[in-house]
Write a protein that binds this ligand. Structure first.
Ligand code: NAI
Length: 338
């Protein structure tokens, strides 16, 4: 049985019991910020993933309870909680994938950039530890502002001499998840069949869904496409406002984070044609980092795919987003290098 058939068939979970030890490699996933609003449901979803053999849950608060709770679930992975700075090294040692949802979320009226001062410092510290304890891990950055935290991580890894652009990802999957859901609703097509690339960055107008490439095709008007684009760009704010001061997207983000980590694991395991959108080091535009479709493989990014053909509206959106995205990237680089 090939790895692919084991990991992609609906019965993978059942087959795992009989065949896992020969066919499915050991993979350690570490979640940093595991006891948070995103961290908890994300850790739960990673516990349900049969590709994971070891699940390390790290947070500076409340980790023992979350780890004890999740560890009782009767799935493959062994769960260990790590609760203090002193234990961060052990949490990271041997990790294949490190997922980072650590940091503060938005409140109504805040932009993702307003989180910069707190989250930049958190991400810096965590990335220094990654460089030391698991420099080969694939890093899935969820902490906002992603447009800046990914460049910060890159600079920290460069300083440590461990930077590999193929192994650093800004998680923009939630933008794709939202674009798919909103498109399916408007186009009246089955949501499970929908594909929409989302490119650019992960904040406001830097989020550029390419509905002209959406499948299944639908005949939507320019007004409808503009409304869909705006709703995708403002999806995070829609949730922040609905939660009215209690944080930002956590459940849909956990789902999106689990989809992206699963894609990374499949790539590592040699499953062919694993493609997801992600904010990575890029030459697709003149910007040093950019989100676009990426082919994942045994070393992380195998190939950064181009943008394909854009509508005039999307071309305009692309030009508009570049200055804002560049300034967020530069802000991150400046923070990490000063
Ligand atoms: P939260 O406040 O509920 O949880 C954050 C967790 O991080 C807390 O448990 C806290 O103890 C932990 N933490 C803080 N400093 C830490 C450190 N140095 N090491 C380890 N853990 C640490 O926040 P929530 O809602 O889970 O959001 C987390 C981050 O994810 C925020 O920055 C938010 O903006 C971002 N986010 C990103 C999205 C994306 O699409 N990429 C979508 C939604 C949120």
């Amino acid at each position: 049985r090939s790895i692919k058939s084991l990991t992609t068939s609906p019965s993978a979970h059942i087959l795992r019991r009989g065949y896992a030890s020969e066919a499915v490699p050991q993979r350690k996933v570490t979640v940093l910020g595991a006891a948070g609003g995103i961290g908890q449901p994300l850790s739960l979803l990673m516990k349900l993933n049969p590709l994971v053999s070891n699940l390390a849950l790290y947070d500076i608060a409340n980790t023992p309870g979350v780890a004890a709770d999740i560890s009782h679930i009767n799935t493959r992975s062994e769960v260990v909680g790590y609760a203090s700075d002193a234990e961060l090294g052990k949490a990271l040692e041997g990790a294949d994938v490190v997922i980072i949802p650590a940091g503060v979320p938005r409140k109504p009226g805040m932009t993702r950039d307003d989180l910069f001062n707190i989250n930049a410092g958190i991400v810096k510290g965590l990335c220094e530890a990654i460089a030391k304890h698991c420099p080969k891990a694939l890093v899935n950055m969820i902490s906002n502002p992603v447009n800046s935290t990914v460049p910060i991580a890159a600079e920290i890894f460069k300083k440590a001499g461990t930077y590999d652009p193929k192994r650093l990802f800004g998680v923009t999957t939630l933008d794709v998840v939202r674009a798919k859901t909103f498109y399916a609703g408007k186009a009246m097509v089955p949501v499970a069949e929908v594909n929409v690339p989302v490119v650019g960055g992960h904040a406001g107008i830097t989020i550029l869904p390419l509905f002209s490439q959406a499948t299944p095709k639908a005949n939507l008007s320019d007004e409808e496409l503009t409304a869909l684009t705006k709703r995708t760009q403002d999806g995070g704010t829609e949730v922040v406002e609905a939660k009215a001061g209690k944080g930002s997207a956590t459940l849909s983000m956990a789902y999106a984070g689990a989809i992206f980590a699963d894609a990374c694991l499949k790539g590592l395991n040699g499953v062919p044609d694993v493609i997801e959108c992600s904010f990575v080091q890029s030459t697709v535009t003149e910007l040093p980092f950019f989100a676009s479709r990426v082919r994942l493989g045994k070393n992380g990014v195998e190939e950064v795919l181009g943008l394909g053909s854009l509508s005039d509206y999307e071309k305009e959106g692309l030009e508009k987003l570049k200055p804002e995205l560049l300034s967020s990237i530069e802000k991150g680089i400046k923070f990490a290098t000063q």
